[in-house]
Design a protein around this ligand. Sequence first.
Ligand SMILES: Nc1nc2c(ncn2[C@@H]2O[C@H](COP(=O)(O)OP(=O)(O)OP(=O)(O)O)[C@@H](O)[C@H]2O)c(=O)[nH]1
Length: 431
Amino acid sequence: MQEQKDNSLFDKSNAEEQDSLDWAKEAYEKLKKQQEEKKKSILVQESKELKSNDSFSNAFEASSLDNSITSNDQSDVKENASENKVLDSEEPSLGEFDKTFTWSAKVLEAQGRKVENISLDEINWLSRLQQGLEKTRKGFVTDLLDKFGDDPLTPETLDELETLLLRSDVGVDATDQIINALRKRLNEEVLDSKEGLRFLKEQLCKIVDQPIKNSGKTLLMPSENSLNIWLIVGVNGVGKTTTLGKLANLALRSGFSALIAAADTFRAAAVEQVKVWGERSGVSVVANETPNADPAAIVFDAIGAAKSKKIELLLVDTAGRLQTKNNLMEELTKVRKIIDRLAPEANVESLLVLDATQGQNGLSQAMSFAKSANLTGVVITKLDGSARGGVAFAVSSQTNLPIRFIGAGEGIRDLRPFNSFEFVEALLADS
Ligand SMILES: Nc1nc2c(ncn2[C@@H]2O[C@H](COP(=O)(O)OP(=O)(O)OP(=O)(O)O)[C@@H](O)[C@H]2O)c(=O)[nH]1
């Protein structure tokens, strides 16, 4: 796998290029056929549903009654009648066989994937990630490729690369690590621009992979048949609620049962917003409409509901807070205590949401949050609107927290588990 990964997309002979194109064409045909078959089966399904419409609506009303969770005086626990149904209305559709498609196919092929096993979701995500990182790329890669040129790398090129990396919010530590590694190679041998670029990609991957390796978990996903509680924390407006909705939907599409606790009672509209996401993603929400209700009490109820319904993933939305607001930081500690007391057996993750558009500023937040929230990972959002995608490297090198998910859009499917190879390829894509 590593060998395949090292086979940089930039470093292909003409014959390999042709093979990749054939691979992409085959993948495109396969996805097209799959989509046509799906359309046909939906049509058949719809005509069946039309016939049994009466019995369906009756059954729905009955099940929504059965599903209601008894409320108590602490919080009014509300259940969504369409509990744990995957909503596919936002399913992607296959676009043109264009440069973006072939690039996405190449990224999958380079990771050793087989045409039979790829999905439209993956192709679609890679296309959006590549397009989303365009702003970062424009301020970085275009200049980088210019600087690298066609000649072997020189110490001056490295100086210029250093400036570019710092300008893209890669941070001092990560930049030093990369430049030192390149300098060492350059002292040992002549590096042509292709090899220089391949080596740079390898170093970038190494930086973001290190905390993931240290955590002992390559991929963060809920453990099956047990309770997993993921706390979503971060300052105001970074995309916590949106991330939570996307995660809930991703969990469902991956076959896990999920429940949302709307524990952000600080902002007036937050509960309503979570409910909208709950409906959109097909996941039930435990909430309390009372302004400033106790978040710990909501988490208490949600854990009870999750246990009784054998839910695998409980996602907890928390209020956005600044590290200076001590009361809110204490509230987070209280929520954590409730979890430890009520569900000591649960796998708890505390994920800090960082907004990529804030670049390095987000980092100081991460550091101060780490104490009260026992952070275990990071989610980087808004990569689509940011020219500071390089901040991912600064986060990894300075906090040692694994990046678990990245978001690149406002759609429900615009969040995926973090994959360093895909991220670096998208960041340095030659287009
Ligand atoms: N372009 C883009 N917008 C995003 C992304 N994630 C979230 N947003 C937008 O960012 C805005 C804030 O998102 P929220 O999810 O409400 O943020 P929050 O952290 O829950 O906010 P508070 O509850 O105020 O703390 C919304 O308009 C989202 O649509 C992303 O990946 N890309």
